[in-house]
Design a protein around this ligand. Structure first.
Ligand code: IPE
Ligand code: IPE
Ligand code: MG
Length: 233
């Protein structure tokens, strides 16, 4: 049997275009996107994937119209509030990456609650990237190393890759084995730039709201047919 990816990262893209095709509001696309996420989460759990990291809101997404941001925040709040108990029952552990301090207190509190509730769970790690940008993450990591230096918590001035990794939001995670981006865009949009160094990339034309458990299995199959060399021969 071919090896399953331990960590899958997903750029859930195309909600707006999905809505436009149906002459609906963009928010309706985001709502349908949540349904797709539900199905993918279920399938990842069933397949025994250890970590699923999904890009839900980027540091650049704040530049969208106010009304869309409001709709996304409402949806996020509703999702975390409504879903965390069911996820807990499934032994799913909820974590996040990104700078949460930019969110409303209400959202921050719900996220903290969901994390606390599920923190001992041993099943799938469902990791949500919220106000996440890889450059922002690296900037915060560097600042935090400088803080350690100032506090006399380090030895010597040399910085290692391991030390940088310990200061990234993903400090407790293995690097993604597989990245999936939907909607046909072939770019990383400031997602996990450090961690994707040797990740296998799979791009699909399918818009995120149409992405199914079956599509996840297809992407995994494609991953399993890749030859990962990591610079060796
Ligand atoms: C992804 O869908 C969801 C978020 C970025 C929050 P988009 O909203 O980017 O949908 P498109 O790319 O405009 O179709
Ligand atoms: C990336 O999608 C961010 C999320 C999926 C949350 P975008 O739609 O924001 O990316 P660009 O602007 O097309 O690169
Ligand atoms: Mg998009």
């Amino acid at each position: 049997m071919k090896e399953m990816p331990k960590h899958i990262a997903v750029i859930m893209d195309g909600n707006g275009r999905w809505a436009k095709q149906r002459k609906k509001m963009r928010a309706a696309g985001h709502r349908q996107g949540v349904e797709a996420l539900r199905e993918v989460l279920e399938k990842a759990d069933e397949l025994g994937i250890r970590h699923l990291t999904v890009y839900a809101f980027s540091t650049e997404n704040w530049a969208r119209p106010k009304a869309e941001i409001k709709a996304l925040m409402l949806l996020l709040l509703e999702y975390i509030k409504g879903e965390s108990k069911a996820l807990h029952k499934k032994n799913v552990r909820i974590t996040t990456i990104g700078d949460l301090t930019s969110f409303d207190d209400k959202i921050q509190k719900e996220i903290a609650k969901a994390k606390a509730l599920t923190k001992e769970n041993t099943g799938l790690n469902f990791n949500i990237a919220l106000n996440y940008g890889a450059r922002d993450e690296i900037k915060r990591a560097v600042s935090s190393i400088i803080d350690d230096e100032r506090a006399g918590k380090r030895e010597g001035l040399a910085v290692s890759e391991e030390e940088i990794e310990k200061h990234l939001d993903t400090r407790n995670l293995p690097d993604p084995d597989l990245l999936i981006r939907t909607s046909g865009e072939m770019r990383l949009s400031n997602y996990l730039l450090w961690q994707l160094a040797y990740t296998e990339l799979v791009f699909t034309e399918t818009l995120w709201p149409d992405f199914t458990g079956k599509d996840l299995e297809e992407a995994i199959k494609e991953y399993q047919n890749r030859d990962r060399r990591f610079g060796k021969i």
